[in-house]
Design a protein around this ligand. Structure first.
Ligand SMILES: [Mn+2]
Length: 375
């Protein structure tokens, strides 16, 4: 398996297609996608000059190890730059290549001036510097599109990230008891992630009790403690070898608040109908419309105040959007979440989030944890 050679070849192809002199990849999820390198630094592809991984001195050894481990050390040259006035004779590695220049000047040295450069640049300060010397062309969407279709090995990593999240969710549910705080449950999730081999969380876990469930992105509180009648909403995701999971469950330990059960059943119906519809050729906006249609039938669509879902991969939120009017056409290899929610102000919120993989035949669920967690 040599995934990174294939990906570097995709970047070379993009250089030709867009008639560019160079490509400058600045966002770390994109640098990771093309090289497997995780750390500060930019990937530069210059016509006639090949690939360079431009890194600050403290990442030099890490970058050297990474290109070797990912079998691209013959294609990608690790180049240091010296932004902080460190000693010129600084020793980073036996055969080091370090430019005694700032980041901007190092980029220009590799690429040259007045070139057509495709980039995913989002840093305004850096843009203002570079645009004086280069013609910059936005290729962020093109890279996002490459990342959208997952390779089988990426899906395997995401399946492991889901399995870790589901074990952590079980540990959290096992610890639920009247009197426990949201923050204590969040801590159990974080601990479980690390013990089970996750790199990290894909976002700080959301644990909400009672009225706190009406905030889709609630922060766990150390003061809010579980009381009888409160619903519990847990939204969590782990990162495994660079790939994210993301899932949500809403549950009750008792009957819950008035109307909770019917609302939860309606949300679950919206999940099921949207997943049933997902297949190659369907637009992501159609999935969102389907979930809204189900909730409207139950008189609950007013309370669904976010998108149905989003792509997941190296980032927990990435292309495609799965929202009102979005027109990305599903293809095999796309991984998205399906997460309708109903948030009734002053009362309670319910969200259920599944992760699905689009296959030739339809949708394959990556999440396996039971969804109906009420009486
Ligand atoms: Mn999500």
């Amino acid at each position: 398996m040599q995934p990174y050679r294939e990906r570097l070849a995709k970047l070379e192809a993009l250089l030709e297609e867009e008639n560019l002199d160079a490509i400058l990849v600045t966002r770390s999820p994109n640098v990771f996608y093309f090289t497997g390198y995780r750390g500060a630094g930019f990937l530069v592809l210059a016509r006639n000059n090949g690939f360079a991984l431009l890194v600050p001195p403290l990442e030099y050894l890490n970058a050297l190890d990474s290109v070797k481990e990912n079998d691209v050390d013959d294609k990608v040259e690790v180049v240091g730059y010296q932004p902080y006035g460190l000693p010129e004779d600084l020793v980073l590695a036996p055969k080091q290549k370090v430019l005694q220049k700032s980041l901007v000047d190092s980029i220009i040295e590799i690429i040259g001036e007045e070139k057509r450069v495709g980039s995913d640049l989002t840093n305004l300060t850096l843009y203002n510097e570079l645009v004086k010397k280069l013609k910059l062309i936005d290729i962020d969407k093109k890279i996002a599109h490459m990342r959208m279709i997952k390779d089988p090995w990426e899906i395997e990593r995401m399946e492991t990230a889901v399995a870790i999240a589901e074990e952590a969710l079980q540990a959290a549910i096992d610890s639920l008891d009247y009197g426990v705080s949201e923050q204590e449950i969040a801590a159990i999730i974080e601990y479980s992630f690390r013990v089970m081999g996750a790199d990290d969380h894909s976002f700080p876990p959301i644990v909400a009790f009672g009225e706190n469930t009406v905030y889709p992105h609630a922060s766990p509180s150390k003061r809010r403690r579980l009381e009888p009648g409160m619903p519990v909403l847990i939204d969590l995701g782990a990162i495994y070898k660079g790939y994210c999971s993301d899932m949500t469950r809403t549950l009750v330990l008792d009957e819950g608040p008035e109307g909770f059960r019917d609302t939860a059943e309606a949300v679950l119906e919206a999940v099921e109908e949207a997943i049933d519809l997902a297949a190659p050729g369907v637009k992501t906006g159609e999935l969102d419309a389907k979930a809204r249609e189900v909730l409207r039938k139950h008189g609950l669509a007013y309370y669904f105040n976010h998108s149905l879902g989003h792509g997941v991969g190296i980032e927990v939120h990435e292309e495609p959007r799965v929202s009102y009017g979005s027109d990305t056409v599903l293809e095999p290899g796309i991984v998205i979440t399906i997460e309708p929610g109903v948030y009734i102000p002053g009362k309670y919120g319910v969200r259920i989030e599944e992760m699905i993989l689009v296959t030739k035949k339809g949708a394959k669920r990556l999440t396996r944890f039971p969804t109906r967690l009420w009486l």
